[in-house]
Design a protein around this ligand. Structure first.
Ligand code: HEC
Ligand code: HEC
Ligand code: HEC
Ligand code: HEC
Ligand code: HEC
Length: 189
């Protein structure tokens, strides 16, 4: 009996306690900068959330969670309550879901590590691209095949301009696509 209780404490309780301590000292997602820029960056996340499972196998629409993509500059990352729509029931006894539930019950933001970020002096807008019919994969790769999200394209000024100059050929499959702006004030306001 004692042994299994100890096991439980070490395996499940301890990581949660550590986690909350860490969470309290981490800046929130939206004011944070990616710790490292560039292709290949794939930080370990606080909860082992898999896009491959949710967006790939289960085919949940990207917009169900990233609610800003058609209406705002930011794609947004979902609050724990979005996850709890399913996980108040689904797999609720699994360690990662217990972690998730604890964030939800504490009304604490999950300290997701930001993967992509352009510097504050450059302006990017999701809705301006997504509403023209440009697919997420053009910039983020096939996220629905990733267990852990990783940056696959450069977001340097040269990369933005490369597509802006050549969109009519690079995105020939997108109906009525025009080239993007190349004047400085479009991206530096
Ligand atoms: C539409 C329902 C739905 C939503 C929304 C959802 N999930 Fe899931 N999730 C599931 C189901 C169902 C499974 C189990 C799938 C399987 O194993 O076949 C699962 C599995 C998981 C697992 C693996 C659990 C294990 O077996 O160890 C994690 C972790 C997870 N989800 C985290 C999240 C997080 C975090 C969110 C919110 C960002 C979220 N999920 C949103 C339905 C959902
Ligand atoms: C069930 C909810 C859910 C769905 C569906 C979902 N995502 Fe996510 N997404 C998240 C969460 C939570 C994070 C933050 C954790 C992480 O990076 O894995 C995230 C992170 C991301 C990131 C990295 C954000 C950053 O920090 O730079 C990208 C890019 C992304 N998602 C694209 C997509 C695309 C494309 C789809 C559809 C193919 C999709 N997501 C579907 C919940 C979801
Ligand atoms: C034209 C390129 C492009 C397209 C298309 C695009 N993204 Fe992004 N995405 C970016 C850039 C650039 C950033 C970094 C933005 C910043 O720092 O403000 C980013 C950041 C993100 C983030 C994290 C920060 C945030 O904005 O909330 C998520 C989540 C995300 N994208 C999801 C998506 C999803 C889902 C789609 C498709 C519906 C998509 N993106 C389409 C370029 C793109
Ligand atoms: C895959 C191609 C592609 C990439 C990569 C891309 N863009 Fe664009 N962008 C476009 C296209 C196409 C348009 C013009 C759409 C239209 O008006 O038909 C556009 C439009 C814009 C606009 C004008 C939005 C408005 O409000 O009218 C801004 C600002 C912008 N992009 C910024 C960026 C930045 C910053 C980056 C790099 C981080 C970037 N884009 C990367 C294709 C791209
Ligand atoms: C399509 C969007 C876009 C346009 C148009 C654009 N820029 Fe940029 N610019 C960016 C982005 C994104 C960055 C950040 C790049 C990075 O992190 O590597 C940047 C970075 C810069 C930097 C900092 C470079 C560095 O290495 O630190 C300068 C200076 C700059 N831009 C000047 C300009 C000037 C001048 C113009 C007009 C001739 C211009 N930009 C047009 C998107 C753009």
């Amino acid at each position: 009996m004692k042994k299994s209780l100890l096991d439980y404490t070490l395996r499940i309780r301890l990581p949660i306690v550590l986690f909350v301590a860490i969470a309290a000292s981490v800046a929130t997602y939206f004011i944070s900068r990616a710790e490292r820029d560039g292709v290949g960056y794939a930080p370990v996340q606080p909860i082992a959330f898999s896009h491959k499972l949710h967006a790939g196998t289960m085919r949940i629409d990207c917009k169900y969670c990233h609610t800003g993509v058609t209406s705002s500059p930011n794609a947004m990352v979902p609050p724990a309550s979005t996850c709890m729509n399913c996980h108040s029931v689904a797999r609720k006894n699994k360690p990662e879901i217990i972690k998730l539930t604890k964030f939800y019950q504490d009304s604490a933001a999950i300290p997701w590590k930001r993967v992509h970020k352009v510097p504050d002096y450059a302006y990017f807008n999701h809705s301006a691209h997504v509403n023209k019919g440009i697919d997420c994969a053009n910039c983020h790769g096939k996220v629905e095949n990733m267990d852990v999200v990783q940056q696959v394209s450069e977001f340097t000024m040269a990369a933005c301009l490369n597509c802006h100059r050549n969109a009519t050929t690079q995105l020939a499959n997108v109906p009525n696509i025009k080239n993007g702006p190349t004047n400085c004030s479009a991206c530096h306001r």
